[in-house]
Design a protein around this ligand. Structure first.
Ligand SMILES: [Zn+2]
Length: 412
């Protein structure tokens, strides 16, 4: 898209927006610039190991330098890592002679001479031209990843600038732009195994991955809330931004906080939810909710401020909800709306060519029943789905608008 014109329009708009009750400038203008650049076609979707990703990493280094942070990688701000990729898809592991991808995390430090360090992270890599991991079926196209995850990166940089100016001194702060997240948490996994500060000194970790699409209901998903007993009250009491919090206790989830949780570090992961542009070239800047990002940033800052004590938070292991989840052999081919909290499973997107698509299910449909199995929420939906196998058909009771209709899907 024409990023420049959009930036111009937005700059005019933000000049009349309200100010924050935290130190520093209103973040919207700078976030617009950061995301405008990271999610521009010049960065070609920031796939790990590509020139586009190098550009994004270099940009992040510049931003951290501007703010006055210290390098804390292994080569200045950079921490390089290598991953062999299987050239034979049937091989169990990569073999000698297989190609190698070089990724780099960007690591910056705010040294307050404190005992412990709070880690704040966001991945900056994305899907490039969508060869792998894309949900888009057209010709190869740049996946700009404005929400996933230029949004989280811009928020991390903003928090860095605010924390640098703040009076919070009981912790140091480590900011990490992770690479290779989309391939399976490569960068965060490498970092926790090769940390540039001792893991034992990490107080807790905040992860921001897809935080740019706060919806009209202001739903914000927060995971890891059970990883420290200190979290829950603070999260509720500091919510002065009318955010509708959807808390989940587990420290395991599909993003970089998982790597830290597995090292027994309390984690909090922020997420504004799935959408139909997820992992598609249409995840662009004009669809982001900038005032939402401002409110979420302020909220994260308030949480950090409340937790700013000299003593480390205690860690608690959570029940890993995903290991309790039923196993599936079939899929409907929809993107569920994980933030929907009414009765049933609300569909947020339908994948082309899949069973739901063929049965004419649509975004916004709410699945209430699969055959005679009642669907009341995500968990009962997953249980119902787990009951089917390839070749089965199912009659779905769907709520579409005010109507209830039946659609028959065939799992293949
Ligand atoms: Zn992501």
């Amino acid at each position: 898209m024409k990023v420049f014109h959009f930036l111009l329009a937005l700059l005019l708009f933000v000049s009349c927006s309200r100010s924050l009750d935290i130190p520093g400038e209103d973040p919207v203008q700078q976030m617009t610039i950061d995301i405008g650049l990271l999610a521009s076609d010049e960065m070609e979707g920031r796939e790990v190991g590509t020139e586009g990703e190098n550009m994004a990493a270099a940009y992040l280094v510049e931003r951290f330098k501007d703010i006055g942070l210290k390098p804390m990688g292994t080569n200045g701000f950079y921490q390089e890592f290598r991953r062999k990729v299987k050239s034979n898809p049937h091989a169990a592991v990569a073999e000698t002679g297989d190609p190698e991808i070089v990724g780099k995390n960007v690591v910056a430090y705010l040294d307050n001479k404190a005992e412990n360090t709070v880690v704040i992270g966001a991945h900056f890599d994305h899907l490039g031209y969508g060869k792998e991991g894309s949900l888009y079926t057209g010709v190869p196209a740049i996946h700009n990843g404005a929400d996933d995850n230029a949004s989280g990166v811009s928020m991390m940089v903003y928090l860095a600038s605010v924390l640098k100016k703040s009076k919070l001194k009981h912790n140091n702060f480590l900011f990490i732009g992770f690479s290779g997240e989309e391939k399976g948490l490569w960068g965060s996994n490498y970092f926790v195994n090769n940390p540039t500060i001792p893991v034992s000194k990490m107080n807790y970790m905040i992860n921001m991955d897809m935080v740019g699409r706060l919806n009209a209901d202001r739903q914000l998903a927060l995971s890891g809330t059970g990883t420290s007993p200190s979290f829950k009250t603070v999260l509720e009491e500091e919510n002065k931004y009318k955010l509708k919090l959807k808390l989940s206790e587990s420290g395991i989830g599909p993003s970089d906080h998982t790597s830290f949780y597995l090292q027994d570090i309390p984690v909090l992961a922020f997420f504004t939810g799935q959408h139909e542009d997820y992992h598609k070239p249409s995840d662009d800047i004009q669809l982001l909710n900038f005032s939402g990002m401002r409110d979420i940033s302020a909220y994260v800052y308030k949480i950090i401020a409340r937790l700013d004590r000299a003593v480390k938070l205690s860690f608690t292991k959570t029940k890993d909800e995903s290991t309790d989840a039923p196993k599936f052999t079939v899929s409907l081919g929809v993107i569920p709306d994980y933030l929907y909290d009414g009765k049933g499973m609300r569909i947020d997107g339908v994948r082309e060519g899949k069973p739901a698509f063929k049965a004419d299910l649509q975004k916004g449909d709410i699945v209430l029943k699969m055959n005679d199995m009642e669907v009341t929420d995500m968990m009962s939906y997953m249980k119902a789905l787990a009951a089917f196998k390839q070749g089965d058909s199912a009659k779905l009771l769907i709520k579409r608008g005010d109507q209830e209709i039946i659609k028959e899907v065939k799992f293949e």
